[in-house]
Design a protein. Structure first.
Ligand SMILES: Nc1ncnc2c1ncn2[C@@H]1O[C@H](COP(=O)(O)OP(=O)(O)O)[C@@H](O)[C@H]1O
Ligand SMILES: [Mg+2]
Length: 464
């Protein structure tokens, strides 16, 4: 059968398609053409090797349906193959099969028990767990003499970030296959969004949108960097002595007397053997926030709580707010929704007990990722160096110490590691989620590379 296909591919997609290592990872920036590369590679393999079997996986069915399946319907030529919706299979006239699958639950891999594939392809590999991956390695086998490979594509991030990084990237030279202890070959092919001129041409604003992400996500998705997640979450944080009085390019500033008319808030995260956190905020007429006081129930030893009862915390709050209350200031409370469930003994929930003492709270929104983004947006500096949140020097030492120390979670690198001292951070999120702000234009930062989609030459294309 003589078939003519007209598909243009990028130079890195060609590297991926021709890679012959046993395990290949096409990894890096979002939009680099990795998933498209998988589909073209699968198509070419199916055509080249009659009666071959391939499995293409995403973690969940909706993701699979909206990305790979939809795109394959656009790319795969009806003259050589047809798609069967119920079995999620492309059947080729030469007998080859490309099957689409997903493994949402850990045990979903068992669906492939007994199956045999020439190539298994994982798209967004970091969404999978290592045990799902290694289980499916064993499904790659057969006696037909065709190449047997596991080919994956992914952005950095996701639950599997750490194992994927250590399997393919740590200690490896990009584009050079490394030999494993079992004598097999593993290859990492980095992908950059700049590789993909197809996207650049059709969506010029794509890069600008990526540039507005917080630093870590930006470096992962724009530059395809894998190291970022080892570090600090709030890289925007600055405690800059030269901005102490000017309030520019510093989050920590000289305290001042807060005008009586500004709105005030109190945010609360309960803890007993871990520290509890109460954090007070004032909001000026521009919507800028000032963290002006805190009550942090920490023994002085990091992350060890003082074991106060809810009543004792409430009494202390009243004492600290006495002057403001006398002056007629209204303070709106917001707290971890869990304090309405947690039992405080026969007196009801912690919230009930505090209410009896005259300390009221509204239920906070505990959407972790939305809250984290609010902290990023607030900390960002505008062109004049003004952030949307400040912290009063010496009045909130716990926050000033713990917020910049927070690290990403190694098993869920998009979120803050909750095993750290994150109690004041949690209180801050409950407060910020009461009036979320829109993403803010980031202060211009030095570029890490001088590439621009508009200035570059159209890249060499390959016709297959
Ligand atoms: N060789 C190509 N020809 C045409 N369009 C392409 C090609 N490679 C990628 N694209 C398009 O570029 C966009 C991003 O590619 P995709 O494979 O989704 O990137 P990634 O998986 O790396 O995030 C998609 O719209 C895709 O259809
Ligand atoms: Mg993709």
């Amino acid at each position: 059968m003589d078939i003519k296909l007209r598909l243009e591919i990028t130079e890195t997609q060609l590297k991926f398609i021709t890679a012959d290592a046993d395990e290949v990872l096409f990894g890096g920036a979002a939009g680099g053409g990795k998933s498209y590369g998988q589909l073209v590679d699968a198509l070419l393999f199916a055509l080249k090797y009659p009666c071959s079997h391939q499995l293409v996986l995403r973690r969940t069915f909706p993701e699979l349906e909206h990305s790979l399946i939809m795109n394959s319907l656009q790319i795969y030529p009806a003259s050589v193959c047809s798609y069967h919706v119920s079995s999620r299979k492309w059947n080729f006239r030469n007998g080859s099969v490309i099957e689409f699958g997903y493994c949402q639950a850990e045990s979903d891999v068992l669906r492939y028990q007994g199956a045999e594939y020439d190539v298994v392809r994982f798209d967004e590999l970091t969404h999978f767990t290592e045990s799902q991956y290694t289980y499916l390695l064993s499904r790659v086998r057969g006696t037909n003499g065709y190449p047997k490979q596991i080919k994956s594509s992914t952005n950095p991030g996701g639950v599997g970030h750490t194992w994927v990084k250590s399997r393919f990237i740590d200690g490896a030279v990009p584009n050079e296959a490394q030999t494993t202890d079992f004598g097999t070959k593993r290859l990492f092919i980095p992908s950059f969004v700049q590789d993909n001129k197809f996207l650049m041409k059709s969506d010029n604003a794509y890069i600008s949108r990526l540039k507005q992400l917080p630093e870590n996500e930006r470096r992962a998705l724009l530059y395809g960097e894998w190291e970022i997640f080892d570090g600090q979450v709030f890289t925007e944080w600055r405690n800059n002595p030269s901005g102490y009085k000017t309030r520019r390019f510093s989050h920590v500033i000289e305290p001042f007397k807060i005008p009586k008319e500004w709105r005030r808030f109190r945010a609360f995260d309960f803890g007993y053997s871990k520290p509890f956190a109460v954090s007070w905020y004032a909001v000026d007429y521009d919507g800028r926030v000032y963290n002006y006081r805190e009550l942090y129930g920490c023994t002085g030893k990091p992350d060890v709580g003082v074991k106060w009862t809810a009543q004792k915390i409430a009494d202390k709050i009243i004492e600290l707010e006495a002057e403001e209350r006398e002056a007629g200031c209204k303070i709106t409370g917001v707290a971890d929704p869990a304090i309405w469930n947690a039992t405080g003994g026969s007196d009801g929930s912690i919230a009930d007990m505090m209410e009896k003492r005259g300390v009221y709270f509204e239920k906070g929104n505990n959407d972790r990722l939305a809250g984290k983004m609010q902290v990023h947006y607030r900390l960002s500096f505008d062109e004049e160096g003004l952030p949307m949140i400040y912290f009063f020097d010496k009045k909130c030492p716990g926050m000033i110490r713990t917020l910049p120390e927070l690290k990403y979670d190694s098993t869920n690198p998009e979120d803050v590691d909750t095993r750290q001292e994150d109690h004041l951070y949690d209180a801050l999120k409950y407060f910020l989620m009461t009036s979320p702000i829109a993403p803010r234009e980031r202060m211009p930062e030095p570029e890490t590379e001088d590439w621009s989609p508009l200035s570059s030459e159209p890249e060499k294309r390959f016709i297959v």
